[in-house]
Design a protein around this ligand. Sequence first.
Ligand code: ATP
Ligand code: MG
Length: 561
Amino acid sequence: MEEVGTGLLDRLDAMQRVAASAPGGPLLIVAGPGTGKTRTLTHRIAYLCAELNVYPEHCLAITFTRRAAEELRARLDTLLGPVAEDVTVGTFHSLGLTILRENAGAAGLPADFRIADDTERAQARAEAGDNEAAYLKLLRGEGLVDLDELVTLPVRLLRDDPELVERYRDRWRWVFVDEYQDVDAVQYELLRLLSPADGNLCAIGDPDQAIYSFRGADVSYFLRFSEDFVDARLVRLTRNYRSSPPILAAAVQAIGPTTLVRGRRLDPARLDPEAPLVGRYPAASVADEAGFVARTVDELVGGVSHRSLDTGRIDGRSSSVSFSDIAVLYRTDAQAAPIVDALTRAGIPVQKRSHDRLRDRPGVAAIARELRHASGLGGSLAARVRLAGQVLADRFAMPTLDATPAVAPADIWAAVEVLTPLAQRCGDDLPLFLSQIATGAEVDALDPRAEAVTLLTLHAAKGLEFPVVFLVGAEDGLLPLRLPGATPDDGEVAEERRLFFVGLTRAQDRLYVSHVRRRLRHGSERDCAPTPFLDAIDAGLFERLGETEPRRPKDRQLRLL
Ligand code: ATP
Ligand code: MG
């Protein structure tokens, strides 16, 4: 045991070690990007279990996205081995679902309640009109709950039942929350119910990366942690292990005096003096910007086409970059298409995170319904999915029969294809499978090992890191985002700046920032200025790339003649 614990903490720096081995009681870890917060969190859980005889089943670790939860689970598996399975790891939604499943009766739900799919929600909405209570009653009549209720119902249940609160506090004696800066009011209340004011709650986060207030998240819960929890211990981590010094310096300057962390420090742990500057590319057009990304990717990867067996990353010394090392980040999904086009035309593989949820696909909804109703289907879950697809396709081919789940066979087979890996991951647990679909599993969860350039929004990039990052569309109007007829207020601009900060700090070795001069926005071509957030960054940190002279009016006239 001793060596396990010591070995574990050896992989942390002094402050990370203080955080990971802190005694029980409320603990707040405040630290900037890339300082090892998530790493410290997993090591703390592992340390408590391996060294202090904390039972893994007494630990509850909560994150915000399914992907982050999977990542956490994987890291715990590596550190703890099979006992990691006893740690409860999940999102607020999956935690709420667990509590409701265990107390369905008390919550006024049938034991086999399910989460309403989109069709069912739309139907109930149409029937209920504007009446929210009537809407929920209709769902309830069908044994359904709305997705949002996965957190509100457990809160109501616990609020009214102190004994139940005690039971859960006894089960989860150690609670950990990553990205605590993004909790909303209901999630916060759930945490307060699960964790007494002097409980073993470990909250981790960075107020300067609070980017979800548009969804109701409120960074003030983070800022008042020590008022809410008795004798809270505070640990700050200040060494950034992720980014090269120029990238880190640019990011720190970008967040600048608007930081929400008093006395914020972020020092580079990496000291590579040869690290390249931040590339800045002023593009003439969207096509020019996309071409720049494709060309640069090709140079970075293609330039070392002899890399074959060399799996090393670029680090300023070796130049081998693989497609999976590269991410393109943007503010709005609409920006992805020209980049995907240009990369694909250049023969560069891409994977794009889609916000398409499985349950939004007609074929998926039909298969889920078929599985629920047709208990006679046998075999493994994956085989049952295929069989359900066949049943639906056959039904479609016989138009004389009732055609009400009539979904086109192409949609059905596409759904079978995307559902099969999920079915395999769920073993033979049908309720788990259905709840994964209902709680918003994404169609194409990104595969970090896929040999492809990753495209994703700045919001989706939170918590991730890549050796090479392109931040495209760094323009006023996109960052900060301006929607037609609305001017962002100071608070919104500050949040957009934090989003820019999140984007810059995803990069490890190379960062490229680009902006275009003219872009189609809200239906017409507009002149664009670079984002004002760039003004805070020292010009000396940039290498200006491909500077193109703006076309002189004379040229244009000549062409007209
Ligand atoms: P973010 O705010 O972006 O979520 P974070 O604080 O959670 O960042 P991590 O993702 O945990 O940071 O760590 C960033 C990177 O630094 C990872 O690659 C991690 O392995 C590495 N790292 C963290 N701590 C150390 C350390 N003590 N020694 C070496 N590498 C470290
Ligand atoms: Mg993290």
